[in-house]
Design a protein around this ligand. Structure first.
Ligand code: MG
Length: 170
């Protein structure tokens, strides 16, 4: 049996991951609307990954005999002001998600819940990669975003991203 506080945080994370998917779908729609289909594709796949994360948290709770409580998902709450600003918001959101994962890890650590810590290890690593990717996009846009030809190439590069299922199997 898992600790009550840990279960509560894991349940909350299900909602946060679905919210992330919803937020990134909003980003994706924004880019498609702006004619930046490659950025739209990149964030649509990002949204799929976040949905996968939510399902992994659900699976973990169920594997441990815990009940899953689905709450309402908030409306995406980020103002989409420019192609560049949205990328910065993406980075900020990933940093926030990292802090959430660390909070759950901290709760598991404090009750010596090694099983949950091991489950979360994948997410700690994943968040490191997500932050690196988001930072990379911000930097690339700063370098190339103002030049139409370069932006076209960057958009094409992001358009080539394909979805792949998470490497974590429970
Ligand atoms: Mg996630």
């Amino acid at each position: 049996m898992l600790d009550k506080k840990v279960v509560e945080l894991l349940n909350q994370q299900v909602n946060k991951e679905f919210y992330s998917a919803y937020l990134y779908l909003d980003f994706s729609n924004y880019y498609y609307d702006q004619g930046l289909d490659g950025f739209g594709n990149w964030y649509k796949i990002q949204a799929q990954e976040e949905r996968d994360h939510a399902l992994l948290f659900i699976q973990y709770l169920q594997n441990n005999g815990e009940r899953v409580e689905l709450e309402a998902i908030d409306k995406p709450g980020v103002a989409l002001t420019s192609a560049k600003a949205v990328l910065a918001e993406g980075l900020k959101h990933e940093q926030y998600v990292t802090s959430l994962i660390h909070t759950i890890y901290d709760a598991a650590y404090s009750v010596k819940d090694f099983r949950t810590m091991q489950f979360l290890d994948w997410f700690v690593k994943e968040q490191g990669e997500e932050e690196t990717n988001a930072e990379g996009l911000v930097k690339k846009f700063e370098l190339f975003g103002d030049d139409p030809k370069s932006l076209y190439m960057l958009d094409s590069e992001l358009g080539a991203r394909v979805y792949s299922a998470p490497s974590l199997v429970l």
